[in-house]
Each structure stands twice: as structure tokens, then as C-alpha cells.
Design a protein around this ligand. Structure first.
Ligand SMILES: [Mg+2]
Length: 420
């Protein structure tokens, strides 16, 4: 395994992405504490929802991303609540990527506001200058209210940790010859892959700080992780060049916080149909078939309800919606009629790639199934050609706040089709 002797990776993370995009787009929000909420609500109606992202001014008052509106209001009485604008976030994402690409090719887009690049000889010799060029270009061509933090290091994991050191609007360069000094000053929670449960396992193994983690052995971390990722973590922290393992898609899903007037079972069911159709459409674009459907309902003041349905390796809307109908029959039987729901999610999982589809022979001969697949493919191409949803299967009632599938998520960049 190679251990680079110079910085080879850049990691870039936009600062408070959603709130700063709103401030850039709407001048009256600039310099003010802003909280982004999932959908438009009037006055005190917002009390039943939560702030999903907040501006640095709101953070300075103690607000955090994902905080209930009453708590955020108590900490910051002047907070301005604005409904999310997913279309705007997506356009900002694409525009920002284009600006960065003018300076350096992007190796991987990690989320809506994070990406990584591989440096060449010239950029590696002067990372500071590259960071300055990227920041200057974004300020000039997109706007100065969207800022980013940049980390440079021997590999992507270290660059990502470095990126968090000097937020917001910082640049941190960890030259291999200066390591591990600056890394050992960071809390373990800064290491991607060490969440609360992994931290507990590490604590139990006596590795409760960065120095002991650094001084551990690869096989020891492998044992704690229970798989090869622990060993990979050790080599990455020690500055080795690791190649990311190809990830295989595991699922396609959507979730949504329900607007207050949509929290009964009937509206939730209508909402889940939209989410499922959108998830199924993304799955088809990805070339997969699903073997399982999950429905999860988040009930007010209680833990959730969930159920799964085994699918016979399908991707057409009709089969997915029929399975969803079955899950709702079960939900309606088990849950009291007046149940109030807060959130729901639908997920298509246990995926098979189109080229490995192991269809039951009987099923493959099923003319009804073939017909459904043809209809679904025809609907997809009509929608592709004429835009949006010229054809849908069954009713399509858009909930308040719109964009059933374009919910903001850090780990998935919505594509234009998700807004139909
Ligand atoms: Mg960010």
C-alpha cells in the first residue's frame, strides 16, 4: 500500500448549505437568524414542525440543525422561518459544482454540499492557492453568502477530517510530514465512521481518545469493527492511500414529514403512494428491481409502526403500488382509526441489478406482469418526453409543500425529475 508524501486530496464542504443558499437568493434574509422548515405554515402552525437547517446567525444563538420550532424560538426569538426550496438547493448545487470544475476536476460528489477532488502535481504544490481560487470564483460568480470549508491531506478521510477544523470558510492543510500532530488534537467524533455506537465499542476496548486510536493495531480495529472497515480506518488515519470500495446500491426510498393537515391515515396513504412512485422511478432509472418493500409510519408521541412486503423482483408501478396497498390494509387493521402520524417513509430494497434479475420462471411467463412492465415503461417515456407527469397511475394529490420526492437530504442530490 502506498503512503503519499504530499497532499493528494481535497475535501470541500459548504458551510450551512441550505440556509446560506436561502440568504444568497433572498437578500432580506442576509445577516439574520434563519431557520429552514420542511413546508410553508402560517404563524404558530409552525410549532408542530422542526427547523431542518439554520443559518450561522441562528447557530450563534444556540439553534441547531434539526430542532423543534418552539425550542428554536425560545433560543432565538427573532428567528425567521422559511420553507425549504429544494429546487433552489439543487440548482445551487449544480452551479457550485460547475464553478469548482473550472478549477479542478471533481472526483466524487459525496452529498448535496460535500465533494472530493484528486490533486495533480501543480495543485499539490500549492493547495492554498487552489483553495483561494475556488473561493474567489464562487464569491464572484455565485455570490459571497455561500462559503465553503476546504481540507487537504494525503487521503480523502484525512482531508475530510481536516475540512472540519476551521469552519466556516476555512482552509486546513495537513501535509504528510506534519502528521499525526494535528489529527491527534481532534475529537474522535470528527472521524467519519465513528458514531455513538462505534464510540461505545471503542471505549469498551480502551480506545477512548484519538491518541490511543492512532496507537492501536490494524487487526485490533478490524476486530472492534467486526469487518475489514476497521482495518481500512487504521490505514486511512495513518495516511495511506486507500481506494474506496465500490458501493452497491442497497435501496431506493423516500421519507417525508407530514404537514399538520395531512397527518391522518388516509392522507398519509395518499402521500406514501407519491413517494413510492418516485422511488420506483428512480430505481428504474438506476436499472434495478426490488425484492422487498418497507413502509414505516412515525406516530405522534409514540414509536413507529412498520411492515415489509416481499416482492417478486419487480420494478413496475402497478406491482409496487399493489404491495403498498397490502401494507396499508395491515396498517389500517392494526392502528386505531384516529392515529396521528408525524412522518412516513417507503423503501424499495433487496435490489437486483437488471442484468442479474433472477425471475421466477412462472412469473416471467405471466402475461399480466409483462403488460404492467410495458405500461410502466411507456409512462416513463411519455413523462420523459412531455415533461413532469402527463401520465400517472391513479390519483396524484400533491401535499402542501409540494415536491413529494424532492425532500432535502444531505446524502442524495435530487435530480430534476424528482420535482415532477
Ligand atoms: Mg456542509
Amino acid at each position: 500500500m502506498r503512503r503519499p508524501e504530499s497532499v493528494e486530496k481535497l475535501y470541500l464542504d459548504f458551510d450551512g448549505f441550505f440556509a446560506s443558499v436561502m440568504q444568497q437568493a433572498f437578500p432580506h434574509l442576509r445577516g439574520k437568524p434563519v431557520g429552514v422548515i420542511p413546508f410553508p405554515v402560517e404563524g404558530r402552525g409552525a410549532d408542530s414542525t422542526c427547523v431542518i437547517a439554520c443559518s450561522k446567525e441562528a447557530k450563534a444563538a444556540g439553534c441547531k440543525n434539526v430542532m423543534s420550532v418552539p425550542v428554536a424560538r425560545e433560543l432565538c426569538p427573532d428567528i425567521i422561518l422559511v420553507p425549504q426550496r429544494v429546487d433552489l438547493f439543487r440548482r445551487a448545487h449544480n452551479a457550485l459544482l460547475n464553478e469548482i470544475r473550472c478549477e479542478i476536476p471533481i472526483e466524487v460528489v459525496k452529498s448535496i454540499d460535500e465533494m472530493a477532488c484528486k490533486l495533480d502535481k501543480a495543485t499539490s504544490a500549492d493547495p492554498q492557492a487552489l483553495a483561494a481560487r475556488i473561493k474567489r470564483r464562487i464569491a464572484a460568480n455565485i455570490g459571497p453568502f455561500i462559503t465553503c470549508s476546504i481540507g487537504f491531506a494525503a487521503n480523502r478521510l484525512l482531508a475530510k477530517i481536516a475540512c472540519k477544523v476551521d469552519k466556516p470558510n476555512g482552509v486546513t492543510i495537513w501535509h504528510p510530514e506534519t502528521m499525526p500532530g494535528p489529527l491527534l488534537m481532534r475529537p474522535m467524533s470528527d472521524v467519519p465512521g465513528i458514531g455513538q455506537s462505534m464510540q461505545r465499542r471503542l471505549d469498551a476496548a480502551g480506545l477512548d481518545n484519538m491518541i490511543s486510536l492512532w496507537n492501536s493495531q490494524p487487526k485490533h480495529l478490524r476486530a472492534i469493527w467486526g469487518n475489514v472497515n476497521g482495518e481500512r480506518m487504521w490505514y486511512a488515519l495513518h495516511g495511506y492511500d486507500l481506494h474506496a470500495q465500490p458501493t452497491q446500491r442497497g435501496m431506493y426510498g423516500h421519507s417525508r414529514v407530514l404537514p399538520p393537515e395531512w397527518r391522518d391515515l388516509d392522507h398519509a396513504q395518499a402521500s406514501s403512494r407519491l413517494l413510492l412512485v418516485k422511488a420506483a422511478r428512480r430505481m428504474r432509472r438506476g436499472g434495478y428491481f426490488a425484492n422487498k418493500l418497507w413502509l414505516w409510519l412515525g406516530i405522534m408521541d409514540q414509536s413507529g409502526w412498520s411492515a415489509t412486503y416481499n416482492l417478486p423482483c419487480v420494478q413496475d408501478d402497478q406491482a409496487c403500488l399493489r404491495a403498498l396497498g397490502n401494507l396499508w390494509d395491515k396498517a389500517n387493521k392494526q392502528l386505531p382509526k384516529r392515529t396521528r402520524l408525524m412522518m412516513l417513509s417507503v423503501t424499495l430494497g433487496d435490489l437486483s441489478p437488471a442484468n442479474e434479475r433472477q425471475l421466477d420462471l412462472l412469473l416471467n411467463d405471466d402475461p399480466q406482469r409483462k403488460k404492467c412492465e410495458t405500461i410502466t415503461n411507456t409512462i416513463d417515456s411519455l413523462n420523459q418526453k412531455f415533461g413532469k407527469r402527463v401520465v400517472t397511475v391513479g390519483p396524484w394529490v400533491t401535499p402542501p409543500g409540494g415536491y413529494a420526492g424532492g425532500k432535502i437530504a444531505y446524502n442524495r442530490i435530487p435530480s430534476a425529475e424528482d420535482f415532477w
